[in-house]
Design a protein around this ligand. Structure first.
Ligand code: NDP
Length: 395
């Protein structure tokens, strides 16, 4: 069997590490072509020593020099590159078959989109890329013949529950709605009044999943689910009112598809990202992921209920941005990134994340998002506004 050449954008993150774990279980199928990181040089050096990629990419020339130095013995054939353009170059290289898009936030968009335009198999974890570029991304996939496989566990679950040959049209497949499940995060049952005072450490302590810091805060605010609603809209061609969110604290049912005939198809599994990652790597085959099968006899309950939008106003804002369309999701995403960063640096209260996003959505006029340049122009504008709002809240 010809080995598939894999590029992992964001190799040092939570998804990147899980991807390498799955790849290491199947050396006969996969070879690592490129690994990228931002600043975690030591971790990247260890990964390069273990997987001997052709390329490694980091943020700056100084970091590249440091990495080159530590790889001299450990992985002498690895070529070290740096900068945002290099992320795109490794993603579109002809030798590369599969791109795991696992950079966090807007920074992942250019390379993910480049991979889509180059017709790669894209394993999409970087949901922010699709939230920002929606139609542009989907058009690029269609025009190039790329294969887009969702890695977010919810969208991966839905993908698994869809009929063969699904063409981004719910009605023609007899689908009445898509149901995204949400754990509810660490603050599901906490007194709402006390949410103003929660600390970053409390917010990132997710009950079921081990993830990067940004997505962990997004899970606590349920902005993560809001971004996923927008992601589902683009992936599956689902109108906002056909996408329902249900709280499911056990995180065992990863999402569901409801059909017109009354059937509800669900995908279940232990909460471990290696399952959707292995699915994406091997699709349409199935391979071992290292995740144990779920033993249903050990679980007493599967609970589901409607989210409380008073407690989770960010989820409401995401639906509003999706309905508004055009640049609203770009603004939502950019301001959320700035606000979450400020919260993690103790410069903003947890409940103020929503305040800042709501203000931006209200004040920044809707604009067109037809090109990558236009999207990043709006992204910058929204980030500047967010910094101003945050500084006003502090004074
Ligand atoms: P992490 O924060 O753990 O990792 C982020 C990765 O992106 C790291 O490799 C980091 O490099 C790199 N990175 C950060 N900033 C930049 C930048 N400006 N330019 C280039 N690379 C950068 O995130 P996660 O792995 O948790 O999440 C990655 C993506 O996957 C997110 O979009 C998230 O929403 C999505 N996702 C994650 C899930 C999870 O379980 N973790 C589940 C579903 C989706 P460095 O380490 O050097 O900083």
């Amino acid at each position: 069997m010809l080995k598939q050449q894999i590029c992992i954008l964001g190799a040092t993150g939570s998804i990147g590490v899980s991807t390498l774990d799955v790849i290491a279980r199947h050396p006969e199928r996969y070879q690592v072509f490129a690994l990228t990181a931002h600043t975690q040089i030591e971790k990247l050096a260890q990964q390069c020593a273990a997987f001997q990629p052709t390329y490694a990419v980091v943020a700056t020339v100084e970091l590249a020099q440091q990495l080159e130095h530590s790889l001299r013995q450990a992985s002498p054939k690895t070529i070290v590159l740096f900068g945002a353009q290099a992320l795109c170059e490794v993603a579109i290289a002809t030798e590369c078959d599969v791109v795991m898009a696992a950079i966090v936030g807007a920074a992942g968009l250019p390379a993910s989109l480049a991979a889509a335009r180059a017709g790669k198999r894209i394993l999409l974890a970087n949901k922010e890329a699709l939230v920002m570029s929606g139609q542009l991304f989907i058009d690029a996939v269609r025009q190039s013949g790329a294969t887009l496989l969702p890695i977010d566990s919810e969208h991966n679950a839905i993908f698994q529950c869809l009929p063969n040959g699904f063409q981004r049209d719910l009605a023609s497949s007899g689908i009445s709605k898509i149901i995204l499940t949400a754990s509810g995060g660490p603050f599901l049952n906490r007194d709402v009044a006390s949410l103003h005072n929660v600390t970053p450490e409390q917010a990132i302590a997710h009950p079921n999943w081990v993830m990067g810091r940004k997505i962990s805060v997004d899970s606590a605010s349920m902005m993560n689910k809001g971004l996923e609603v927008i992601e589902a809209h683009w992936l599956f061609g689902a109108a906002p009112d056909k996408i329902e969110v249900l709280i499911h604290p056990q995180s065992l049912v990863h999402s569901m598809v409801s059909y017109e005939d009354g059937s509800l198809l669900a995908q279940l599994g232990n909460p471990d990202m290696r399952t959707p990652i292995a699915y994406g790597l091997a699709y349409p085959e199935r391979i071992a992921s290292g995740v144990e099968a779920l033993d249903l006899s050990k679980f007493l309950q599967l609970n589901f209920y409607q989210p409380d939008l008073q407690r989770f106003p960010c989820l409401r804002l995401a639906y509003e941005a999706l309905r508004a369309g055009a640049s609203a999701p770009v603004v939502l995403n950019a301001v959320n990134e700035v606000a979450v960063d400020a919260f993690l640096n103790s410069a903003l209260g947890f409940m103020q994340i929503e305040t800042v996003i709501a203000q931006a959505l209200e004040e920044i006029p809707l604009q067109g998002v037809d090109t990558l340049e236009a999207i990043f122009e709006i992204d910058s504008q929204a980030r500047r506004a967010a910094h101003t709002y945050i500084s006003n809240l502090r004074h």
